[in-house]
Design a protein around this ligand. Structure first.
Ligand code: GLC
Length: 549
């Protein structure tokens, strides 16, 4: 099968199903709701949708704990509703990719239930170990969400490994039967017409032989023993050869702690390529270490360096995935922008990433400039990682300081209900919603922005439309200017037909501006700006401009 690399021309929209839209009034987002909004997604200029997990799941990690891989959860409308959405998307020229979560399953999955009872062939489907003689755990690895990576199972009388929540046991990918199951799942969805997968923490699937303890890291102990593990390329090549190469599909790999050099081992184009693209985390670390739980002051230099690193090092070798938000991160305006200049900074951030080379993803609500959620009570948080963190960290701090910490780090900020209009619950449901809506929904919502030419929403539409018409954005070369500046980010994209300059101010002050050498603004065409009266010699707070020559 010829792989056409269609994804290089696409812009994707990510749906986190629980909070996107409730179509049947039971308070839970569902596929009936998605069906009502396909035209909306299309109206953004998006031509692909990534669905966070839709499969049956007990919901311990909001669907990333799967109990049946070849079905759609009835709470989302079941298989019939999914097929209608798939057809509806395809008939509008939009592709659909599914989340493939195969590092772990739910502990309620039939495989785990049989494995804990040693029923063949499931006995070795998971990573089981007896405890050590001195009563210690099999090794010292940490889970990402809930304490140590091992939990004792009273049924099997052994420990099982879980790199995430207690209810997310890790699969034993060294077992060829498990790999066959993965391939079966892939074929099932691809045969139905799905266009590819976003593969959840897929670089974690091969654990170092002997599962040795880690004596180096203070947190996330063990991560170097399973991230990019010893058999990873062997497993991925097997998935490619046996399944993926038979379809014109794309794969997007979530890859915590990856550098462009390591990424190219997976995504270098040509024979042996294992994924179409990778989700790197470096551009999400301009205001934190590794992830949002370890905050540091935002640094534009750090952000620019990260984008530059990926734009330059993958150029001509591998393809970038571009994003600013997803269901694991806080809202970008509250992080890299400025909620006091919500509109200006939201538009600037959009232009900043939408004109780079790669495939952009827009996360639900990002396109209307949703901002972080500040609930009054820690009990309102739902996310398993947030709840564990709250119960076990910062206990000596004041209640207020503890709550503020959650405001700063919990991924629930991006999981509040999508704000469709100014009616109750932001128009998300007519029933009682499963989760909260941000109090600002009357001011920030789709209905209010849809008809307003100057809204963030219409800025996204404009920017995405422009991007699609500019060959230099997709095929040109990235070059950056004023690299040392702490407030100005500017880069050009150039191919043999055209050249654009993207100018982004990260300052809340009006600043003097001079274009880089060789760019004559009076001869360039101003394609996009977030102010109606731009002055070439200054940049207003969070001003952005895109010029074309
Ligand atoms: C990925 C997902 C995240 C999930 C975790 C465990 O990082 O994006 O939402 O909780 O994996 O599956």
């Amino acid at each position: 099968m010829e792989q056409t690399q269609w994804y290089k021309n696409s812009v994707f929209y990510q749906i986190w199903p629980r909070s996107f839209r409730d179509g049947n009034g039971d308070g839970m987002g569902d596929l009936y709701g998605v069906l009502q909004k396909l035209d909306y997604i299309k109206s953004l200029g998006c031509d692909g949708i990534w669905f966070s997990p839709l499969y049956p799941s007990p919901g311990a990690d909001c669907g990333y704990d799967i109990s049946d891989y070849m079905n759609i959860d009835p709470q989302f409308g079941g298989m019939e509703a999914f097929k209608a959405v798939l057809e509806g998307a395809h008939s509008r020229g939009m592709k659909v990719i599914m989340d493939l979560v195969v590092n772990h399953t739910s502990d309620e999955h039939e495989w785990f239930q049989k494995s804990r009872r040693r029923i063949e062939p499931y006995t070795d489907y998971y990573i089981w170990r007896p405890g050590k003689k001195n009563g210690k755990l099999p090794n010292n690895w940490d889970s990402h969400f809930e304490g140590k990576a091992w939990t004792y199972d009273e049924v099997r009388k052994e420990y099982y490994m879980h790199l995430f929540a207690v209810k997310q046991p890790d699969l034993n990918m060294d077992n060829p039967l498990v790999r066959e199951e993965v391939k079966k799942i892939m074929r099932f969805w691809l045969d139905m017409g799905v266009d590819g997968f976003r593969e959840d923490v897929i670089t974690f699937i091969s654990k170092k032989k002997g599962l040795p303890s880690d004596h180096l890291l203070p947190v996330y102990k063990g991560i170097f023993m399973y991230n990019h593990g010893p058999r990873i390329h062997e497993f991925l090549t097997e998935f490619q050869n046996d399944v993926l190469l038979n379809y014109d599909c794309m794969t997007l790999a979530e890859a915590p702690m990856v550098t462009p050099g390591i990424a190219l081992k997976y995504i270098r184009e040509g024979k042996g390529q294992e994924f179409s693209m990778m989700i790197q985390n470096e551009t999400m670390c301009a205001d934190c270490f590794f992830q949002d739980y370890f905050p540091r002051k935002f640094s534009l230099r750090r952000l620019k360096k990260a984008f530059r690193n990926w734009q330059e090092k993958l150029d001509g070798k591998g393809w970038n995935m571009l994003f600013l938000e997803n269901h694991d991160h806080l809202r970008i305006i509250s992080r890299y922008g400025n909620p006091e200049y919500r509109e200006a900074s939201g538009k600037m951030l959009a232009a900043m990433y939408l004109f780079q080379k790669g495939t952009p993803f827009v996360y639900q609500g990002q396109e209307i400039g949703m901002v972080n959620w500040h609930p009054g009570d820690p009990e309102m948080y739902e996310d398993v990682a947030t709840r564990y963190y709250y119960a076990h960290h910062n206990q000596k701090a004041s209640p207020r300081a503890r709550l503020h910490k959650l405001w700063r780090c919990s991924r629930d900020s991006s999981r509040t209900l999508m704000q469709w209009d100014a009616t109750a619950n932001g128009g998300f449901t007519t029933g009682k919603p499963w989760f909260y809506v941000n109090d600002n929904y009357k001011e920030i919502n789709v209905a209010r922005q849809d008809g307003d030419r100057d809204s963030i929403l219409n800025f996204y539409r404009l920017a995405i439309g422009l991007r699609k018409r500019l060959s230099c954005v997709r095929w040109g070369k990235y070059r950056e200017y004023s690299k040392g500046s702490g407030w100005l980010y500017q880069y050009s994209m150039q191919d043999d037909r055209q050249r654009i300059l993207v100018v982004c101010s990260f300052s809340d002050q009006t600043k003097k501006y001079k274009a880089p050498d060789g760019f004559y603004l009076d001869t360039g065409k101003l394609l996009l700006c977030n102010y109606s009266d731009p002055d070439p010699a200054v940049l207003k707070p969070y001003e952005t401009r895109v010029y074309l020559w």
